[in-house]
Design a protein around this ligand. Structure first.
Ligand code: ADP
Ligand code: MG
Length: 697
């Protein structure tokens, strides 16, 4: 990200929170035009009351912002504390006391530990650097990620840039909205022009997001422009002013979308577009009403294309406002698929639509039949976690006498109702899977990282103790390649994800697979339990193979194709609740060892064992098309995706194996991300679809 000239940023821990960063600084070496937009909440916080009186203004140099404490509803002390903090920071960075404004976010109604912030001011000043991420981290509360946006542009013949960060996750509702945002630029702008451009940008962005319909006490958006780019000062009503407003709007929309996407408990970003409205005010209002409807949001969480709730939300708002809009004449699209038009449902394929609604972005498009005005609002879905986060927020947040705010996130602290639900849900899945067989192919990048291997081993043991019968088939990919190169066998060649294996190579393959990876996995699994048994495909003739011939008669060397699975050994192990860990080498008709693609081996074993599930753990979120995850797909559609080249490389071997397993009677096959810790547990024991599920047609 390009940092505008003359700006620096800092983020440190000042002791409001136990360990995480909680104090941020934005500093300009030159005086700035400053603008701000603030919440209209009548219970607004002390720093908001202070800043809104002072902006727009000339000559500003810094903004100090803390997280962990909102300094809201803290009485007259609150305002005195704001001034004390601003003064301490002004002293530390050596500027006039009135050149600093403040912002706060966090728990309401707890006095600001002002002595800590004053004491931290010199360290904050000393931490100034170009790293805007540090400051962005320091304003986070329930945010799960930092939110940044930037632009570069040419205005008045000079190159200038805008860099911005924001926080916001819950208590997000329109009017001004939301959260804290800090926009810095080296453009020269008059305070008045900056204020109006900022207001325009907020109108189309932060005013149009909603997470929960609850307006915060602390929302503030600041813009600082220090003029170091050297452009002629931008005044209101000029073409440059419009250009500036447009750039700010772009930055604000980008931040606003990130806030909605990171809404508390959110699993999806929702974009609601209303068009064909009689005027813009109505379009904006309706877009927000839909994005804000708890029923719409809950349906989106459940990937339910329940367009009835969309039109109901619109109808309710229109009816209570007595607007001349007839919702029954609307056309509604969900994920671009028309679900309602000309006064009735279109009968769209709801299974396909459900699958598409599991994507991380959900688009709802409502075309009214009344006029030409349109608007877009952003929100998120409403998940169990939203309630969990907020029902337990204050009971888990402890303010100690010295002002430190700590969060105690152990499960034991959660409300009994939440725990009950969690346990009941998990148990219902456990009972469904007791004594069922799941073949889990473990491969790809997930095998490279030690922490992931350990969490995989942990998960397999948990599944076993919950009564599931896991069978692990591992690959060897990166490690085989690495060892081959080390031993001077040269670079491996792959044909559709299958390794061309020479006569000498196969010895290395077997050594790595059976001798190293298999024993390592077995050791890991047996650290906490003693049930894993390493099995090579040669043991008890488990995997019999014949030489595999590549497409067009291509010689792949010592690569085998499974002709027979002698699953007796596995049956014996499963009977006694052992966890077989299979290394994918096979015994050829010629008595030689053969390399088998682990995806194929897993499929054959799953068929022979009549497994309920086959799960491929790999290094991508699932099957991807144009970068988007395909959540659910039928066998023939999968075949088409191989033919049309959507699926290439290692995924081809996987996809073919998936098809083979389905044809062989395996009910459900999943391709999931092995890089996400506990993804197997999430797949088996929760409703949340992760990765790609392939089903019979
Ligand atoms: P593994 O060790 O898990 O078998 P592979 O590298 O053999 O891993 O196969 C997974 C790889 O397939 C992915 O990392 C990706 O690069 C590639 N791939 C090709 N086409 C697709 C696709 N359409 N969707 C997802 N991954 C794909
Ligand atoms: Mg592979």
């Amino acid at each position: 990200m390009k940092i505008p000239r003359g700006f620096s940023y800092a983020g440190i821990n000042a002791g409001i929170k136990a360990a995480r960063k909680d104090l941020a600084l934005v500093y300009s070496e030159a005086p700035c035009a400053a603008a701000g937009c603030f919440t209209v909440n009548a219970s607004r916080a002390a720093p908001v009351r202070d800043a809104e009186k002072r902006l727009p203004a000339e000559g500003m140099r810094a903004i100090v912002a803390n997280s962990g404490n909102a300094n809201a509803l803290t009485g007259p002390e609150g305002l005195a504390d704001v001034r004390a903090v601003c003064q301490a920071v002004a002293r530390a960075v050596d500027v006039a006391p009135d050149a600093v404004v403040a912002a706060s976010t966090g728990v309401i109604g707890v006095p600001l530990p002002v002595a800590k912030l004053v004491a931290a001011a010199p360290a904050l000043a000393a931490a100034r650097a170009g790293a805007i991420e540090q400051a962005a981290q320091a304003v986070m509360t329930t945010d799960t990620r930092v939110k940044l946006a930037s632009r570069t542009m040419s205005i008045g013949g000079v190159e200038a840039s805008v860099a911005a960060f924001a926080k916001g996750s819950g208590m997000i509702a329109p009017e001004l909205a939301t959260m804290l945002a800090f926009i810095t630029t080296d453009l020269a702008v008059s305070p008045k022009a900056l204020q109006s451009a900022l207001a325009r940008a907020c109108h189309a962005s932060f005013d149009m997001i909603t997470v929960d319909g609850d307006m915060s006490t602390n929302d503030a958006v600041f813009a600082l422009a220090n003029g170091l780019a050297g452009n002629p000062i931008i005044e209101e009503g000029t073409a440059d002013h419009s250009a500036l407003a447009e750039v700010l709007e772009g930055v604000c929309v980008e931040l606003a979308r990130q806030i909605a996407e990171d809404g508390e408990g959110a699993t999806k970003l929702v974009e609601v577009r209303i068009s064909g409205a009689p005027d813009v005010a109505i379009a904006r209002d309706l877009a927000r009403s839909v994005a804000n409807s708890s029923l719409v949001k809950a349906a989106i969480f459940g990937a339910d294309p329940n367009w009835g709730r969309v039109l109901s939300a619109i109808g309710a708002r229109v009816g209570s406002r007595k607007w001349a809009v007839d919702p029954t004449r609307a056309t509604v699209q969900v994920q671009g698929e028309c679900v309602y038009t000309s006064g009735g449902p279109t009968g769209a394929d709801s299974v396909a639509l459900r699958a598409r609604m599991r994507e991380p972005h959900v688009a709802i498009d409502v075309r009214l039949a009344e006029g030409n005005a349109s608007a877009v609002a952003w929100g998120c879905d409403l998940s169990y976690d939203y309630v969990k986060i907020n029902a337990d927020y204050t009971s888990l947040t402890h303010a100690t006498p010295d002002g430190t705010v700590a969060r105690d996130d152990r499960l034991t602290n959660y409300s009994p109702g939440f725990k009950r639900a969690l346990v009941v849900e998990a148990l219902s899945y456990i009972s469904r899977f007791t004594n069922k067989r799941a073949v889990i192919k473990y491969g790809g990048a997930a095998m490279v990282k030690d922490s992931l291997k350990a969490s995989f081993a942990n998960d397999i043991n948990l599944l076993r103790s919950a009564g599931l019968l896991p069978i692990v088939v591992h690959g060897g990919g990166p490690e085989i390649t690495h060892t081959m190169e080390k031993l001077g066998h040269g670079k491996s060649q792959f044909v559709d994800g299958v390794r061309v294996t020479g006569r000498e190579d196969v010895k290395v393959v077997e050594m790595v697979l059976t001798g190293r990876i298999n024993t390592e996995l077995v050791s890991l699994l047996n650290q906490t339990s003693a049930h894993a048994v390493g099995v090579s495909g040669k043991d008890a003739g488990l995997l019999r193979v014949r030489k595999l011939v590549g497409e067009g008669g291509r010689d792949l060397g010592m690569v085998g194709e499974v002709t027979h699975v002698n699953h007796e050994l596995l049956e014996v192990l499963l009977e006694k609740k052992y966890v077989p860990v299979v290394s994918p080498v096979g015994l050829g008709e010629d008595g030689e060892g053969y390399n088998i693609n682990a995806d194929a081996a897993a499929a054959e074993i799953a068929i022979a064992l009549r497994a309920e599930k086959l799960i491929y753990l790999t290094d991508v979120p699932g099957i991807l098309e144009n970068g988007e995850l395909v959540s659910e797909i039928g066998a023939s559609e999968l075949t088409r995706k191989i033919e049309t080249g959507v699926i290439v490389g290692g995924m081809v071997a996987k996809a073919r194996s998936v098809l083979r397993a389905i044809a062989g009677g395996v009910g459900m096959v999943h391709i999931i991300d092995g890089r996400t810790p506990h993804s197997v547990i999430a797949e088996l024991f929760t409703d949340k679809g992760v990765g790609t599920l392939v089903k019979k047609d």
